[in-house]
Design a protein around this ligand. Structure first.
Ligand SMILES: Cc1cc2nc3c(=O)[nH]c(=O)nc-3n(C[C@H](O)[C@H](O)[C@H](O)COP(=O)(O)OP(=O)(O)OC[C@H]3O[C@@H](n4cnc5c(N)ncnc54)[C@H](O)[C@@H]3O)c2cc1C
Length: 522
């Protein structure tokens, strides 16, 4: 018997486990389907791609994408302590302040940028020090890169040459411009939500963490959530929650677990023989994601990350926690408006001093660099549904990419802009042949074909248990599941609209705010 049972030790779950167990009188259980985060590829920043398709990864695939030449896209998600924060690219980005102001404008009281800024700051230990925009002394370390590749510096110069403002802080007063990324690292190691929040809290006697424990069903008494059923070592067990069950399984697994437990669109649940606890038609809907495509060049000098694992670099890392092994690959970024009249950038670019093709699985020989435009404000919406009532079967992931033509057009503009950056003088000493899309792709139609054939997820699915007031809203502004008691969803799935930036820091902010709300209600 516990006060709180938290499902999922990812970005959000680790925050809640820490903040709720800080009250010595609260008994907290955290159940995590994956194992501990012991693999060294979790901790050595440059190696995160090596976690893909291992036991630490749910390794999902989407359905065939009708507008992407029927490709099924690979969607890695972290399955270990820290969840996706243990395998992500460590970019610290909050999105644009207008993202949160738009949430507020849609009736979500308490979620404007001014409302959420204190939670971003509370989470943060900004190594540059505290300021109006940043916090110091929080659990999550936010650092400058310890080793900036010369190609990355060339990208920043190239962006400036193309007319972008230099931006030293994408999370400060202004998002637009070009500059280096800050990263969630500490002393050259990944600072996941597990490292930042969970590990220090695990010493507390009132926090119990169970790994290799996959929740298969929420337990209800009438409309009140009273616990969780989970499988561990081939056995089915139950844990009771006196106060609340908090779902932190992420944008794919949280809606899946709700539906498996009878919470979702009634017709869909009944068609699979599941009995309905609450008819919530929005569960699984409004899936949004950031797509990106890599424009890649050969590099004429041996400076890219292709040489990152040399003996010299390994030594540098072991002795000083520095060198290329601390690279997060996505070392720099740019935020651009395709139309000056837009209120906020609609394209983000990540720069990597490496080929980043098919999640790093395709590694052309030699040195290369990639400029990746990202569709920041997709109009397309997808959905998660159940394939069956079997809790161990992956759900159906249908992002429906490019359902809106505007999304494709924006990414085509992104490819053209990436080429413009690559043509800048700053790249003259490095630029070799264009490998992707290649010189033959010149017309908009040819570039669109390239985008349809090669675009991949930037790993930011959100929206499938969205917060709101309309008929598809799953949780209210306090993240309580509508129509039920003592059940919350706290993770990336509650975002009503995808922020214009990477999603780890926003998820941690949401969990910080949720912890405050939960504690204030007791
Ligand atoms: C490869 C990759 C790169 C990324 N790069 C960046 C980046 O550079 N910057 C950035 O800001 N964002 C990045 N992201 C996105 C960011 O990491 C996620 O948005 C964020 O971690 C989501 O947090 P979450 O709490 O919603 O889910 P997660 O962190 O995914 O946590 C969910 C947890 O719940 C567990 N779980 C799920 N179902 C169950 C169940 N039934 N029972 C028990 N446990 C369960 C999972 O195993 C997992 O540990 C990246 C993501 C990936 C995958």
């Amino acid at each position: 018997m516990y006060d709180y049972v938290i499902v999922g030790a990812g970005s959000a779950g680790c925050v809640l486990a820490d903040r709720l167990s800080a009250d010595a009188g609260s008994r907290v259980l955290l159940v995590e389907a994956g194992g501990p985060d012991r693999m060294q590829e979790v901790h050595v920043p440059v190696a995160f791609g090596k976690l893909f398709k291992t036991a630490c990864d749910w390794a999902y695939f989407t359905e065939e994408q009708p507008r992407m030449n029927r490709r099924k896209l690979y969607w890695p998600r972290g399955k270990m302590l820290g969840g996706s924060s243990s395998m992500n690219a460590m970019v610290y980005m909050r999105g644009h302040r207008s993202d949160y102001d738009a949430w507020r404008a849609h009736g979500l009281e308490g979620w404007s940028y001014a409302d959420v800024l204190p939670y971003f700051r509370r989470a943060e230990n900004q190594e540059r020090g505290a300021s109006e925009h940043h916090g110091a002394g929080g659990p999550l370390n936010v650092a400058d890169l310890r080793c900036v590749n010369p190609l990355t510096r060339a990208f920043v110069e190239a962006g400036a040459e193309a007319g972008l403002a230099r931006n030293e802080d994408f999370n400060g007063a202004e998002q637009e411009g070009v500059g280096l990324c800050q990263v969630t690292q500490r002393r050259g190691r990944r600072h996941s939500a597990a490292a930042a929040y969970l590990k220090p809290a695990m010493r507390r006697p009132n926090l119990h963490v169970l790994t290799h424990a996959q929740a298969t069903r929420l337990l209800f008494e009438g409309t009140r959530a009273v616990g969780v059923e989970f499988q561990r070592d081939g056995r089915t067990e139950q844990a009771r929650a006196d106060k609340e069950v908090i779902l932190c399984g992420g944008s794919i697994n949280s809606p899946q677990l709700l539906m498996l437990s009878g919470v979702g669109p009634a017709g869909h649940l009944r068609s699979l023989g599941l009995s309905v606890v609450a008819d919530l038609p929005g569960v699984g809907l409004d899936l949004q994601d950031h797509l990106f495509v890599a424009v890649a060049y050969e590099c004429t000098r041996p400076v890219s990350l292709a040489a990152a694992e040399s003996k010299r670099n390994v030594l540098k890392y072991l002795l000083f926690g520095g060198g290329s092994l601390t690279s997060n690959v996505a070392e720099a970024a740019a935020f651009v408006k395709t139309d000056a009249g837009l209120p906020a950038p609609d394209l983000q670019f990540h720069f990597g001093p490496a080929y980043y093709i098919e999640h790093g699985f395709v590694r052309p020989a030699g040195h290369g660099f990639s400029i990746g435009p990202i569709l920041l404000r997709p109009q397309s919406r997808g959905r998660i549904t159940l394939r069956s009532g079997d809790p161990l079967e992956p759900p159906v992931i249908q992002p429906d990419y490019f359902a809106s033509d505007a999304d494709l057009r924006t990414l085509v503009e992104g490819v053209k802009l990436a080429r413009r950056f690559a043509r800048a003088r700053a790249f003259d000493r490095y630029r070799g042949a264009e490998r992707y899309p290649g010189p033959e792709a010149q017309t908009d139609e040819a570039i669109a074909d390239f985008v349809r054939n090669t675009a991949e997820t930037l790993y930011h699915p959100v929206g499938t248990c969205k917060m709101g007031r309309d008929e598809h809203a799953v949780v209210d502004t306090r993240l309580r599941v509508r129509g039920l008691e003592r059940l919350r969803v706290v993770d990336a799935s509650v975002m009503p609209r995808i922020p214009g930036g990477n999603t780890n820091a926003p998820t941690i902010m949401i969990a910080e705010k949720a912890a405050d709300m939960i504690r204030s209600e007791q």
